[in-house]
Design a protein around this ligand. Sequence first.
Ligand code: SF4
Length: 178
Amino acid sequence: MLFKLDLEKYNFKEYKAFDVNLISIDPRVRDMCAQNLCGFYGRNHMCPPSIKEIDEWKKEIFNFNNAIMVTKVYQAESSYDIEAMIEGSKDFQKTLSGLREELSNEYSYSDFLLLGAGACLICEKCSILDDKPCRFPDKAFPSVEACGIDVMSLSKKAGVKYNNGKNTITYFAIIFYN
Ligand code: SF4
């Protein structure tokens, strides 16, 4: 498959192809989700412990030959600006949803994988809270960290800026494809 999406139009701060073999999958990264600092652990179909086990992600990820890391940067008033984090996260999810839709129009599901940042925010209230299956399994996707990928370390290896300056928030996603 030739990757022919125009990533320019998504206004990413950076998008950079990198070698999939730079990725290491570490269960400790996913285990950090269990600390539930974001409040979504067990409360979102796209978060642990609901998503697939780490070994399954490992298999799936290393089935792809190519990867692109994308980032978007948001301004905050301070490093404790929760409102900016939430707004940034919503905007990033919206951008990735558009990207995912374009990917699924162009390619079959087995030809790509998108991993984003944070919990899935498609529905106002995730159906997991009502003990119901995901409403949009074809649209939802998990985060990079939930699959055991340490973004900080990978961004350094991939040559993508992790920190984009004082009082900024950088969100990361990865597109895998063959
Ligand atoms: S699409 Fe809705 S139900 Fe599915 S994971 Fe996202 S928020 Fe939950």
